[in-house]
Structure formats: structure tokens, C-alpha cells
Design a protein around this ligand. Structure first.
Ligand code: GRF
Length: 195
């Protein structure tokens, strides 16, 4: 971690779908004070809407055939190495990285999750929060470990759940805070020297 402090970071963002968090990271990388560069986008889904943002911003992108996971991860590791990637940001990437991949990459891997972890690991977070009549939901950026949605938390932000909220309205509110949270979490790890 220490070796990342005080210099520009080469980031690879992994996506599977819409890519709105990818877009927020691209926008953040373009502001003057930003210390990050998005060099590489990886997706397992050729229909991923987020690929449009990659193309529009001329960012190298690869569609990886995930039918054989071992081969897919091997290929990804090669691209990461070739592009000197310091940090991976998972942003709606719907594949689980193997522990061997995490170990081999060596640098940090971050993920953004639409709940206040450790509550609601996995899918359907908004539905579960509403069903449980929670007063708050939110989003979490955390380090990725082999255990799903369980790595050390970097940053979290809450939103209030109103009685009138549906899964859809809550998802919209949470997504809005996600777009600020991911860049802030990266800023935070760039300032800190140990985790
Ligand atoms: C986000 O809600 C993120 O928290 C979750 O997947 C969704 C991805 O959305 N991991 P997008 O593709 O970034 O728009």
C-alpha cells in the first residue's frame, strides 16, 4: 500500500452492466486535483452499457469470455500487468474473483456495494433493507478479499429510508451517493499510509 502514496495511480475498472460508477470515476479522473488515471476497463459482458463510456473516453477495454474462469482470470492478469495497473475498482462486476487472482494481483482491489455493510452482503440489498423496515440504507466501498463483500471498509455513507420508498426509489438514492463515495474512498486510501 505504501508504494502507492503520493503518485498517480493507474486504475482498471471492472464492470458488467450500466457503468454509472465507471462514469463517475472517469469524471473524477479528469479533474485537476485528481491523482488517478483510468487506463483499462474489463468486462465479462459485451452488451455492458458502460463500454460506451470506455469508447467515448478512448480508454482501453477488453471483453473477457468468462466461460472458463481460470483462463479468463489468467488473461485479465496479463492485461493488468501490461498496463501497469496499481489498483482495481470493481463497479458492478458480477463475477467473483478467485482467491488465487486476488493473491496474484498483489495490489489493492476495491468494490462498491449498495448497502451499509456488513448488512446485506450479496444481491437484492434494497429489497432486504425495506422488508426489514430499516431506517437507513447506504453504500460502502471496501477492500476485496476472497470472502464476498467482507473486506475492510474504507468508506460508507447513509441515506434515510422513507416509508414511501420502494426498491426503485431507494436504489436511485443510493446510486446517487455511490457516485461521490467511490472517488472519495480512493482519495482516502491515497492519503492514508496503512490499512
Ligand atoms: C451499483 O449499485 C454498485 O453498488 C453495485 O452494482 C451497481 C453497479 O451500477 N456493486 P453501475 O453499473 O455502476 O451503474
Amino acid at each position: 500500500m505504501e508504494k502507492l502514496i503520493g503518485r498517480n495511480l493507474n486504475i482498471s475498472v471492472f464492470i458488467s452492466g450500466r457503468g454509472s460508477n465507471l462514469l463517475s470515476l472517469i469524471k473524477y479522473s479528469k479533474i485537476k486535483k485528481s491523482k488517478i488515471k483510468i487506463n483499462l476497463i474489463i468486462t465479462n459482458n459485451k452488451f455492458s452499457k458502460g463500454l460506451e463510456f470506455a469508447k467515448k473516453n478512448k480508454i482501453k477495454n477488453y471483453i473477457i469470455n468468462y466461460s472458463k474462469k481460470k483462463e479468463a482470470e489468467h488473461k485479465i492478469l496479463e492485461y493488468l500487468r501490461k498496463n501497469k495497473i496499481d489498483l482495481i475498482c470493481l463497479a458492478g462486476f458480477m463475477k467473483i474473483l478467485s482467491s488465487s487472482f486476488i493473491k496474484k494481483f498483489k495490489n489493492p482491489i476495491l468494490n462498491i456495494h449498495p448497502s451499509l455493510l456488513p448488512r446485506y452482503k450479496g444481491l437484492n440489498t434494497h429489497r432486504r433493507a425495506i422488508e426489514n423496515k430499516d431506517k437507513f440504507s447506504g453504500a460502502t466501498v471496501h477492500f476485496v478479499t476472497p470472502k464476498l463483500d467482507s473486506g475492510k471498509i474504507i468508506l460508507q455513507k447513509k441515506v434515510r429510508i422513507l416509508k414511501s420508498d420502494t426498491e426503485k426509489t431507494l436504489a436511485k438514492k443510493v446510486l446517487k451517493i455511490e457516485h461521490k463515495l467511490y472517488p472519495s474512498a480512493i482519495e482516502k486510501i491515497l492519503k492514508k499510509s496503512s490499512f
